[in-house]
Design a protein around this ligand. Structure first.
Ligand code: PMP
Length: 347
């Protein structure tokens, strides 16, 4: 079923067989991978586990994502790139995005010479289900990316709408749930993979798990797609240091929960503060660890904040996001500095 959607050169690929994938038992003398002997048998002198087994077991126990349905990317960004390379033929196929959304879906499509069908959100920045369904009918994209909660709006789309799109879509529906941990009562698309194996989900340790520097993205997919990803990815795509850092991030579960609760609390406080400012025209309700605001003059406010040593993101270049800034929820201290600076703005 999935094999008909794959690029034939990926479907028929004979994967590179690495030393660590040919032998994964235990032995004292490792002379199979042209590594250095100095540093022993488990240091950075050795290649990492290409299958990230320990990390995936930890992900299963902490995040509840089944082991045989997960694969790890060098960030979700690598997963996005890989999905496009697995399913889209250069110069012929397209992917669909709902704009404005996270920028790398389009960039990775273009680096593979894959075109981008871009469906605008509704004027109040919600998913335009009818337009997406019409676009699928018309353009037959190989992958429909859906980002929920969406970056940069912070909006969660109803799971029912996401699943209706996925069911109508004969191609792959890739649901990016990078910010899911920050959303209240979030309903993931992961359980729906059982009924519809054309759904794949992306999660990451870069946000709620505070490990962006480790570059750990998680693909959750049917075992069939997971298997193809494993064979098509670079053999050692997740470094030993990254796998270890990912393990540590996951093992700190109480702190992860506290951090999420703190982030949500601060997000609500900051939202009401922002709403009270005369130059803030709109605070878009957010379920993520950032808030999008529309202000009277985004460019001047951006430069003013920069002058105070505070960097936010100016999102105004998108036609639907005129005069908007996206602000990440920082620490208590960072948020305090931001509020103080905003209080002093005479916009
Ligand atoms: N998806 C979304 C929606 C994002 O906003 C980001 C990063 N800003 C990513 C994926 C990339 O995540 P990672 O760090 O896992 O590559």
């Amino acid at each position: 079923m999935i094999s008909g959607l794959l690029n034939p050169w990926i479907r028929d690929l004979v994967p590179y067989s690495s030393a660590r994938s040919e032998f994964s038992g235990s032995a004292d003398v490792l002379l199979d991978a042209n590594e250095s002997w100095e540093g022993g048998n488990s240091g950075v002198n050795r290649y990492p586990d290409p299958l990230c087994r320990a990390l995936r077991k930890e992900i299963e126990s902490v995040m509840g994502l089944p082991y045989d349905m997960t694969a790890i990317g060098n960030g979700s960004d690598e997963i996005i790139d890989m999905l496009i390379r697995m399913f889209c033929a250069p110069g012929r196929d397209s992917v669909m995005i709902e704009r404005p959304t996270y920028g790398t879906y389009s960039v990775f499509a273009r680096t593979s010479d894959v075109s981008v069908v871009d469906i605008p959100l509704t004027p109040d920045l919600d998913l335009d289900e009818e337009a997406v369904l019409g676009g699928i009918e018309e353009h037959r994209p190989k992958i429909v990316f859906i980002c929920t909660p969406n970056n940069p709006t912070g909006r969660v789309y109803p799971l029912e709408a996401v699943l209706r799109i996925a069911d109508a879509n004969p191609g792959i529906t890739a649901v990016d749930e990078a910010y899911a941990d920050f959303a209240a009562d979030f309903r993931s698309a992961v359980p729906a993979i059982m009924d519809n194996p054309r759904i794949v989900v992306m999660r990451t340790l870069s946000k709620a798990y505070a490990a962006a520097g480790a570059r750990i993205g998680i693909l959750v997919a049917s075992p069939e797609i997971q298997g193809v990803f494993m064979k098509a990815k670079p053999p050692y795509n997740v470094s030993l240091l990254a796998q270890e850092a990912g393990m540590r991030a996951l093992q700190d579960a109480p702190r992860v929960r506290e951090r999420i609760a703190e982030t949500r609390r601060r997000r609500e406080e900051l939202s009401s503060f922002l709403s009270s400012l005369p130059f803030v025209r709109c605070v878009f309700p957010s379920e993520a660890n950032f808030i999008l605001i529309r202000v009277t003059d985004a460019a001047s406010l951006y430069s003013y904040l920069l002058g105070k040593g505070i960097v936010v993101r100016n999102r105004s270049s998108d036609p639907m996001l005129g005069s908007t800034l996206r602000i990440t929820i920082g620490s208590e201290e960072e948020t305090g500095k931001l509020k103080e600076a905003l209080d002093g703005w005479q916009g």
